[in-house]
Design a protein around this ligand. Structure first.
Ligand code: 1GP
Length: 271
């Protein structure tokens, strides 16, 4: 990241005006160069944070190469901004966070890591197993861990399958409340409500409202199937602090076109 070195990433996330937009980059779906190009287009459109990872991205090499390419592009844009009195350097202070599928999908070039537990997995490996392997590595790498309760809702997509999630179904608001209250009791600063990448519908607004109500101290992140700004806006109205978009951005190889689409998306989301 190119932010002030004294500000923690978590503080930066907390102080970013809500709602914020997160771009999720899946290194399995694109080259590092394309990931960097999409990142720059989205930041120009208003994105304020980048997650790198995906449910099948378990190997560290593509993750690392992708993080490096993104960081280099952001640094270059920041440097360019220093040469132009009309440009804002601050715009390029974008945290690049690992959003790992497991303990091997790590990179020292990241600014931080969403150190998550997949709370509603049936498999302990995703609740505390990968974490116990990854914890010492994260400490050695010196990247900032940001604790995150990760909760997967129906339809769940690939992450629901791979993560063996006991999905929260549309009529199970009480289960949603149980998980988000528990996440609040653990003190997770981040709670991610996930419908799965490419989900046919995003997490329902009433689930998001319940999460916001029962976990008032957490930053509520919502993603999966957020195909347009209107859906994102509904989630924001329900209480989402940050909206995550992945698949939609992969439809565009042309940076100018992507910037245009995402500018409209983010404007609608914030309206
Ligand atoms: C995946 O929630 C994110 O973890 C993004 O989902 O790819 O559907 O935007 P989409």
């Amino acid at each position: 990241m190119v932010a002030s070195d004294t500000t923690s990433i978590l503080e930066q996330l907390r102080s970013t005006p809500s709602p914020g937009h997160i771009l999720v980059i899946d290194p399995d779906d694109q080259t590092p160069e394309m990931a960097a190009k999409r990142t720059i287009a989205c930041v120009l459109a208003g994105t304020r944070c980048v997650f790198v990872g995906g449910s099948t991205a378990v190997d560290g090499t593509p993750v690392h190469d992708t993080v490096v390419a993104i960081q280099e592009s952001l640094e270059l844009c920041k440097w360019n901004a220093t040469q132009d009195s009309d440009a804002s350097e601050e715009q390029w202070n974008i945290p690049v966070l690992l959003f790992p599928a497991g303990a091997r999908a790590l990179s020292p070039a990241a600014d931080g890591i969403t150190f998550m537990t997949l709370m509603n997995s049936r498999n302990l490996q995703f609740v505390m197993g990968e974490q116990v392997i990854g914890g010492p590595i994260v400490q050695k790498l010196g990247i900032e861990p940001i604790p995150m309760g990760y909760i997967v809702f129906s339809p769940g997509g690939k992450v629901g399958e791979v993560g063996e999630a006991d999905l929260i179904l549309p009529n199970e608001i009480e289960r949603c409340i149980s998980y988000t209250s528990t996440a609040e009791c653990f003190g997770f600063p981040l709670i991610y409500l996930e419908a799965g990448s490419g989900a046919s519908s995003p997490v329902a607004p009433e689930m998001i409202s319940a999460a916001k109500r029962t976990a008032p101290n957490a930053i509520i992140i919502v993603g999966g199937g957020m195909y347009n700004g209107e859906l994102a806006k509904q989630s924001v109205k329900a209480g989402a602090d940050w909206i995550v978009t992945g698949n939609l951005t992969e439809e565009f190889d042309d940076a100018a076109e992507l910037e245009k689409v995402m500018r409209k998306y983010i404007q609608t989301m914030c309206s």
